[in-house]
Design a protein around this ligand. Structure first.
Ligand code: CUA
Length: 261
């Protein structure tokens, strides 16, 4: 049913709900398009000058137009109240707690996605714009005890499957938009604001490759807001892993961090 919209494969628990709504809205639009188009043609023929040499100032008296409008309004209200508002409410209200979720900061900049993990202590280290440099794009203060085990990556987000992911999103310069199409996630990143967005990925990268038959497939972070000349190349990758693989990845990053120090 979805293929006619050309949607990317779904890979999060709330994707189905959003897709259903998109399908219903498109069906409604298709019906309206055909209906209004047919009505327009009917009116052109019915009220043509040849058949109506003298204008009728009273106008048409039919009741069909009004009843059609009421039906369309009811369908729209059902879509809004029955689907859109409840789906939106879950996205913005039913946040997972920080203890059950994997919390990660994502910091946009022209033109890259910086990712910041709190490390084993679960605490994000202090950041300071004065410390921002080419080697330290998020300005992490390694002198802060909470920052010692923090992991940072550029354009690479690793997350475990089947767990709530809580992204704290911000940006260093202009407005960007964090778009994970397979997860049906899109959130603007606003300078000076820490915007939370959450989702539960439910298909690992490996499983998705098998499912769609593309062995080199990667989930992408697409910037979905025009943010400058390099907007088109502002993309990152998301690797959705099993819990064990994710732990291993974190451990490897920690090892690299210790080696670097
Ligand atoms: Cu960042 Cu477009």
């Amino acid at each position: 049913m979805l293929n006619f919209l050309g949607m990317p494969a779904a890979a999060s628990t709330h994707a189905g709900e959003i897709d259903n709504m998109m399908v219903l809205v498109h069906w409604l639009m298709a019906v309206l398009f055909i209906g209004w188009g047919a009505f327009f043609v009917f009116v052109l023929v019915r009220f043509r000058r040849g058949a109506n040499p003298k204008a009728n100032y009273a106008g048409a008296k039919g009741k069909i137009a009004k009843s059609t409008e009421i039906v369309v309004a009811i369908v729209e209200i059902v879509l809004l109240v029955g689907y859109a508002i409840p789906a939106w409410a879950t996205r913005v209200k039913a946040f997972p707690s920080e203890s059950e979720a994997v919390v990660v900061r994502v910091i946009g900049e022209q033109f890259a996605w910086n990712v910041h993990y709190p490390g084993p202590d679960g605490k994000f280290g202090r950041t300071d714009i004065k410390l921002v440099s080419a080697d330290n794009p998020i300005g992490l203060d390694r002198a802060d005890p909470a920052a010692k085990d923090d992991i940072t990556t550029i354009n690479q987000l690793n997350i475990p499957v089947d767990r709530p992911i809580l992204v704290r999103l911000t940006t260093k310069d202009v407005i960007h938009s964090f778009g994970l199409y397979e997860m049906r996630v899109k959130q603007d990143a606003i300078p000076g604001m820490d915007t939370p967005v959450w989702f539960v990925p439910n298909v690992t990268t490996e499983d998705m490759r098998r499912k769609i038959g593309k062995p080199d497939f990667e989930y992408e972070i697409a910037c979905s807001q025009l943010c400058g000349l390099g907007h088109f190349r502002m993309r990152g990758f998301v690797t959705v892993q099993s819990a064990a693989d994710f732990q291993k990845w974190i451990a490897d990053q920690e090892k690299e961090l210790r080696a670097a120090n």
